[in-house]
Design a protein around this ligand. Structure first.
Ligand code: NAP
Length: 252
């Protein structure tokens, strides 16, 4: 194990699961690039990491923007350190039943989840292969198994599982692992927005969800951050191409 600090990149890290992951990886000893659409929104997360003695860099970029992603990764390598950990977490929902779903709803979701993860991974993987060590974790979802009103999101999240397995095949010999985490219901602004869409107070929505979950509660960003922490750890080098459902009970 090297003694120099490794650099991790977490996308969609201004809030929710991404912010939880960024803080956890900082606590694990990584320098962390906190990426989100709006740099100002990333700053409080980066400042919180620095306030606890860690190193962080707030970076504003749209993960679906090819030039923007390359520039952001170049900047991270220069200002924070060459990244060898990537967490593809940025995500959006544009839910609707099939007959009401627009092509824009479809494209927007594909662009952030699939194009975004592809561009980020392509930009970062060279540092990993050069180092002979790397960890890629992509956020899938239980919706990959199919979910009413989420044809676009389910397809994107299932796509990320195939993407992950392919990365595992291509990059394994360079010491790089790729895994996916498929969360169930996690309390974030994303699930709060779903509650609003179906016209339910968030607390009631969470209670209804918890009643269907074997561990009898909804998940929190820290639950996902813990799983990410495992996948990026030194000891997880023989775990690759896996999809871990973190949903308070069995899935798949
Ligand atoms: P969230 O609270 O909505 O946070 C997502 C973050 O991603 C936001 O800060 C958002 O920025 C950012 N983002 C969106 N588009 C982006 C882009 N093009 N480039 C860079 N950043 C972008 O969502 P979350 O609940 O934490 O979800 C995180 C990930 O977990 C997502 O991939 C989601 O699909 C997945 N997931 C979540 C759950 C759940 O129950 N919450 C379950 C399964 C999977 P803005 O605020 O500026 O839009």
């Amino acid at each position: 194990m090297t003694t120099t600090t490794r650099t991790a990149v977490v996308t969609g890290a201004a809030r929710g699961i991404g912010a939880g992951v960024a803080k956890r990886l900082a606590a694990d000893g990584f320098a962390v690039a906190v990426i989100d659409l709006d740099e100002a929104a990333c700053k409080p997360v980066a400042e919180e990491i620095e306030a606890t003695g860690g190193r962080a860099l707030a970076v504003g970029v749209d993960v679906a923007d090819e030039q923007g992603v390359q520039a952001a990764v170049d900047r991270i390598a220069k200002e924070l350190g060459e990244p060898t950990v990537l967490v593809n977490n940025a995500g959006i929902i544009r839910d609707n039943l099939m007959f009401k779903m627009t092509a824009d709803d479809w494209d927007a979701v594909m662009n952030v989840h699939l194009r975004g993860s592809f561009l980020m991974t392509r930009a970062v993987q060279g540092y990993m292969t050069k180092a002979g060590w790397g960890r890629i974790v992509s956020l899938s979802s239980t919706s990959a198994l199919g979910n009413r009103g989420q044809a676009n999101y389910a397809a994107a999240k299932a796509g990320l599982q195939g993407f992950t397995k392919t990365l595992a095949f291509e990059l394994g010999k360079f010491g790089v692992t790729a895994n996916a985490i498929a969360p169930g219901f996690i309390e974030t602004e994303m699930t709060a927005a779903t509650a609003e869409r179906v016209g339910m107070p968030f607390e009631e929505f969470k209670k209804a969800a918890a009643s269907q979950i074997p561990v009898a509660r909804t998940g929190r960003p820290a639950d996902i951050a813990h799983a990410v922490s495992f996948f990026v750890s030194e000891g997880a080098g023989f775990v690759s191409g896996q999809v871990l459902y973190v949903a308070g009970g069995p899935k798949a």
